[in-house]
Ligand binder design. Structure first.
Ligand SMILES: NC(=O)c1ccc[n+]([C@@H]2O[C@H](COP(=O)([O-])OP(=O)(O)OC[C@H]3O[C@@H](n4cnc5c(N)ncnc54)[C@H](O)[C@@H]3O)[C@@H](O)[C@H]2O)c1
Length: 246
């Protein structure tokens, strides 16, 4: 279903690929000025050209770069109304007792601190624009565990909690904040970390019997960003083919 984002500016971090790219396409289709923000700038530029948006290079784990990304968005769009803090990485699998410290730091840096930095610098601009809404990309692993993915699971649980806090703080200041918890979605992130046999096994763990698509996550995300979701804030929305219902 199309929503109305005419006159709105939206940043999507990790917008070059997978779920983020689908969200960029949906937002542009529905009228938004889209800022495709990514560490990987070439596909960001290609997508921005395709959808009539703007591309910016950012490492969301670096607060100064996130601050510059926000300034870029305000300059290009005239104001900022939405941010989707979507950039995320998988990381090396391994048990907690052996987990590499540098992997822990990087995953927490991108997947949790990156979401904080995104809100930290976007919220004042969204408030200055008269309000708007935010979606933070969590995962089903924001509510259940997954052996060998301690850093990822910890970060995603953190995203769900941080989202609740920001929502409470800004509920009466015109900003809604929600998180989205996808099940396993067929994107380059999954393809880079898991082989085909593992993916088949993981698909079977979803009651619907398949992996999700990036478009299915984008549809929910854009609903939550839109005015149609005006009474929804502080909540965590699963799009998981029934994975967490079991
Ligand atoms: N694919 C899944 O099964 C799945 C499930 C649940 C949640 N998620 C979450 O959805 C989000 C998107 O995942 P995806 O599957 O589309 O992954 P993806 O790998 O296809 O895309 C992630 C994008 O983020 C960018 N990125 C990575 N680190 C970055 C950084 N530090 N700064 C800026 N950009 C950075 C990458 O360049 C890439 O373009 C992630 O937060 C991920 O944890 C994915």
């Amino acid at each position: 279903m199309p929503y109305d984002f005419n006159g709105k500016t939206a940043i999507v971090t990790g917008g070059s690929s997978g779920i983020g790219a689908a969200i960029c396409r949906h937002l542009a289709r529905d009228g938004a000025t889209v800022i495709v923000a990514d560490l990987d700038i070439e596909p960001a530029e290609t997508l921005a050209a395709e959808i009539g948006g703007h591309a910016v290079k950012v490492d969301t784990a670096q607060p100064d770069q996130v601050q510059a990304m926000i300034a870029f968005a305000v300059e290009k769009g005239g104001a900022l109304h939405h941010i989707v803090n979507n950039a995320g990485i998988g990381g090396t699998p391994g048990p907690v007792g052996e987990y590499p410290l540098e992997d822990w730091d990087r995953i927490i840096g991108v997947n949790l601190s990156g979401v904080f930095y995104g809100m930290r610098y976007a919220i004042p601009e969204i408030e200055a624009a008269g309000g708007g809404s935010i979606v933070n990309m969590a995962s089903i692993l924001g509510t259940v565990g997954f052996a060998t993915a301690g850093a990822y699971v910890a970060a995603k649980h953190g995203v769900v909690g941080l989202t609740k806090v920001a929502a409470m703080e800004y509920a009466q200041r015109g900003i809604r904040v929600n998180s989205v918890g996808p099940g396993f979605i067929r994107t380059p992130l999954l393809d880079a970390n898991l082989d085909e046999a593992t993916l088949t096994g993981i698909a079977a763990m979803h009651p619907v019997g398949r992996l999700g698509t990036a478009d299915e996550v984008a549809t929910l995300t854009c609903y939550l960003l839109s005015e149609e979701a005006s009474f929804i804030t502080g909540s965590y929305h699963l799009v998981d083919g029934g994975y967490t219902a079991q």
